[in-house]
Write a protein that binds this ligand. Structure first.
Ligand code: NAP
Length: 246
């Protein structure tokens, strides 16, 4: 088991990529804090994790609220003594072309996808510094590398996540803390729910592998990056897109 006894906090963990990552980490022996907004979905994910060799606890927290994230880190340290891995996974979309995008749409996406990643990392960094070890993993997107039609706000947030991650890789590398980003392509989760079926089929056509990705395929990448097998990977941006951008 590659993550035996490692303590991991995963945000946006109740559904989609976050749920798959929680279950994968637990199946590799980790103790997982399933952080999300909805208590019911959190409970379901905790149950799935507990069916594996690992362990899990749920924590309702909004990544916009630094105080509740600090309380979550404190509760984690009280229960399990440390925090080895943070997966900054929570994210939303609120798409519109620039000419139609409202200030509310722009601010909502930046508040969760960018400030939320900052808040969670800020809440956990002193614990990792005291340990002189840790791994900070961040969900960016291929949209954070290339931009995308109708996603000014989302692209801004995901480019910025890569910028913060590279800064942390420089600031924290000597302290035993690795930081990396994963850029999924189009993965079959509810975040694609607003896309019409014909657009999804057209996207599939563009992928050299001819299909959308599965949440587990991103989860596997997070798990490897969190493990000691990736001990010299720091500041990296890894695409999980089936070759969509080549
Ligand atoms: P998802 O299925 O929509 O799951 C996201 C989870 O984050 C949901 O459970 C959501 O809760 C939670 N969340 C939203 N706002 C939150 C907040 N303020 N605090 C805490 N949790 C919050 O999305 P996904 O597809 O798994 O995406 C996961 C990450 O990968 C995101 O950062 C996304 O941008 C990125 N990504 C996804 C794709 C893709 O194609 N799926 C591609 C590239 C990048 P609610 O449902 O209750 O709002």
């Amino acid at each position: 088991m590659r993550l035996k006894d490692k303590v991991a906090i995963i945000t946006g963990a109740a559904r989609g990529i976050g749920q798959a990552t929680s279950v994968k980490f637990a199946s590799e022996g980790a103790k997982v804090v399933v952080c999300d907004l909805s208590p019911e979905w959190i409970e379901e994910t905790v149950k799935l994790c507990k069916d594996t060799p690992g362990d899990a606890m749920g924590y309702v927290a909004d990544v916009r609220k630094l105080e509740s994230l600090e309380a979550m880190v404190a509760a984690t340290v009280t229960k399990w003594g440390r925090v080895d891995v943070l997966v900054n996974n929570a994210g939303i979309v609120a798409d519109a072309q620039l000419k139609n995008m409202t200030e509310e749409q722009f601010d909502r996406v930046i508040e969760i996808n960018l400030k939320g990643v900052y808040n969670c990392t800020k809440a956990v960094v002193n614990t990792m510094l005291a340990q002189q070890s840790g791994v900070i993993l961040n969900a960016s997107s291929i949209v954070g590398l290339y931009g995308n039609f109708g996603q000014t706000n989302y692209a801004a947030s995901k480019f910025a996540v890569i910028g913060m991650m590279k800064t942390w890789a420089r600031e924290l590398g000597r302290k035993g803390i690795r930081s990396n980003a994963v850029c999924p392509g189009f993965i079959a989760t509810s975040i694609l729910g607003s896309m019409p079926e014909r657009v999804l089929r057209a996207l599939e056509e563009k992928v050299p592998m001819g299909r959308l990705g599965r949440p587990e395929e991103v989860a596997n990448t997070f798990a490897w990056l969190a493990s000691d097998e990736a001990s010299y990977i720091n500041g990296a941006v890894i695409e999980v897109s089936g070759g969509l951008t080549i």
